[in-house]
Design a protein around this ligand. Structure first.
Ligand SMILES: C[S@@+](CC[C@H](N)C(=O)[O-])C[C@H]1O[C@@H](n2cnc3c(N)ncnc32)[C@H](O)[C@@H]1O
Length: 323
């Protein structure tokens, strides 16, 4: 995050150290002065909105996020999501791709180091375990939201074909450098799954569905892109561990990611005619130093002639999204 004004950059650096020390008021007053030097600096504007929201200055925060949306057509910073968290807009049913793309383009350079060294990311290990470490091989595999390829690296030796899809060009560049994918695509996963280039033996979705929101389209797409008897491993952030209310199926969290209940994933799988073979809850990684619980599902598209259980009787017909 830099402007074209070195004085403004220095002030933001100092404000960030104040934030780290917990001095939000001090940081806000410094950032407000800095905005006078660089009034069009959108990163800075959004930061002042976030601090106001944290300080409980709701009306001011809402005004800032709305002002941001007047200036930005793309909403790379998720102002709409902030408004939803403040109760000033409905939570989007499906996450905005411009926000996710920008987030991961910015993160790509530091992603592997941060996930593996600071956040103790367990996704690759847990997903490999969920595939049963595939005696005899996994066959053709599609890695949804492949990112830089941390899961792909782990699975590569078991795949006859490994294909990845991701929104972020920055993340895909890192994945391409690893030379582990047979093919990579820059696309939204729900759109990609509508017309997959082939059918897959396995589909993997590691730490990506929490950036998507509503899972109906993705789950239907997974079902359509699996060959008969093919399987998928999916992780979601466990809503139950992030304070979900009884019966709640999905929630936009303060992290601007979505949490999902296990019952919701089961219902979406059943609606897409996928059979749940396994469900476990594990620590996926750390979040602010605390373990972040994730549900890990293994589902199967039944072989032709096998009738899967259909329906989602344990849920409301209209899932609720809360923010
Ligand atoms: C936390 S990273 C996980 C990357 C990888 N699966 C792993 O486990 O290391 C989430 C990735 O999902 C991608 N992503 C999020 N939403 C997406 C969407 N709707 N379509 C495609 N990719 C998406 C992001 O760009 C990012 O690379």
């Amino acid at each position: 995050m830099t402007s074209r004004d070195s004085r403004a950059d220095r002030r933001v650096g100092y404000a960030r150290s104040l934030i780290d020390q917990g001095d939000l008021d001090g940081a806000l007053s410094l950032l407000e002065q800095t905005l006078e030097l660089a009034p069009d600096w959108l990163d800075l504007l959004i930061l002042t909105g976030e601090i106001r929201a944290k300080l409980g200055l709701r009306a001011e925060a809402v005004a800032i996020f709305r002002h941001y949306l007047d200036l930005s057509t793309e909403d790379r910073h998720g102002a709409m999501l902030h408004l939803a968290l403040l109760g000033a807009a409905p939570a989007p049913e499906v996450q905005q791709t411009s926000y996710v793309r920008a987030l991961f383009d910015d993160f790509a350079e530091r992603f592997d180091r941060t996930l593996l060294q600071s956040l103790d990311y367990q996704g690759p290990v847990l997903i490999a375990e969920a595939t049963g470490n595939a005696p005899g091989g996994l066959g053709t595999v599609l890695d949804l939201g492949c990112g830089t390829g941390l899961v792909g690296e782990r699975l590569r030796q078991h795949c006859s074909w490994l294909e990845g899809v991701d929104l972020s060009a920055g993340m895909l560049e890192k994945a391409r450098d690893k030379k582990i994918y047979d093919m990579l695509h820059q696309a939204d996963i729900a759109t990609f799954l509508l017309e997959p280039p082939r059918l897959y033996d396995w589909i993997i979705a590691g730490d990506v569905l929490n950036y998507v929101g509503g899972l109906e389209n993705v789950m239907t797409g997974i079902s359509m892109a699996l060959r008969s008897g093919g399987r998928a491993v999916l992780t979601v952030e466990a809503l139950d561990s992030t304070g979900g209310a009884e019966g709640e199926v999905m929630r936009l969290l303060p992290t601007l990611r979505y949490g999902h209940s296990a019952a919701y994933v089961r219902a979406m799988a059943a609606d897409a005619r996928l059979v749940v073979l396994d469900q476990r809850t594990e620590m996926l990684r750390l979040e602010a130093g605390e373990p972040l619980a994730s549900h890990i599902f293994t589902v199967e598209r039944p072989s032709a002639g096998t009738a899967p259980a259909i329906g989602s009787s344990d849920l409301d017909p209209e899932p609720r999204i809360n923010s």
